[in-house]
Design a protein around this ligand. Structure first.
Ligand code: MN
Length: 207
């Protein structure tokens, strides 16, 4: 089985000016594609061949197969990240997601503050996430490099890529400006709500 680079769920210029066509062209067409290609090379003819992407990441994490884990996790993280954004003007979270945000953080602006602060506190490359714990309580966490919340038993609802390749062309070194624009203009809260309602995180990208 060969892993495929998933299409972007919108045109490469659809998120401009918040995220430029050039950024999406390089980020999806070069960086994301590179992880998928390296993963295919790494799993060919191994016990990983034929497994679901997230299962490859989990198993490689357990076994300490760093190269397989890094490429599998980055392939999953990027597929998830594209789904977390939409060209549409963001509509505030609705229903159970809105209730959980209010219960955990107090309000959407307070979640925004936490999310941006966590993204700024992550030194070097990684990801910032809104997650649901096994107790049903939401949290904001960040992970280093390729790591993803599922390795800690957390369910991802939303993520923003903190690698410089995600923002350098548009925002240079200004990670905070990128995080603010992401939260204010790009987040697809309907997708986050879908993740909250989906049982089993292997199904999230198929939702
Ligand atoms: Mn990236």
């Amino acid at each position: 089985m060969t892993f495929n680079l998933p299409d972007l769920p919108y045109a490469q210029d659809a998120l401009a000016p918040h995220m430029s066509e050039q950024t999406l062209n390089f980020h999806h067409g070069k960086h994301h594609k590179g992880y998928v290609d390296k993963l295919n090379d790494a799993v060919k003819g191994t016990d990983y061949d034929g497994m679901e992407l997230l299962d490859v990441a989990r198993r490689a994490h357990e076994k300490g197969d760093t190269a397989v884990f890094n490429n599998a996790a980055q392939a999953w993280n990027h597929a998830f990240f594209w789904r977390c954004m939409s060209p549409a003007t963001p509509v505030e979270p609705q229903g159970p997601l809105a209730e959980k945000i209010a219960a955990t953080f107090g309000s959407l602006p307070q979640l925004r503050t936490r999310f941006i602060a966590e993204g700024m506190a992550r030194f070097g490359s990684g990801w910032v996430w809104l997650v649901e714990g096994t107790d049903g309580v939401l949290d904001v966490v960040s992970t280093a490099n390729a790591d993803l919340p599922q390795t800690a038993g957390l369910k991802p609802l939303l993520t923003c890529d903190l690698w410089e390749h995600a923002y350098y062309l548009d925002y240079q070194n200004a990670r905070q400006a990128f995080l603010e624009v992401f939260f204010d203009h790009l987040v697809d809260w309907d997708f986050a709500a879908t993740c909250l309602n989906t049982q089993g995180d292997s199904n999230i990208l198929a939702a």
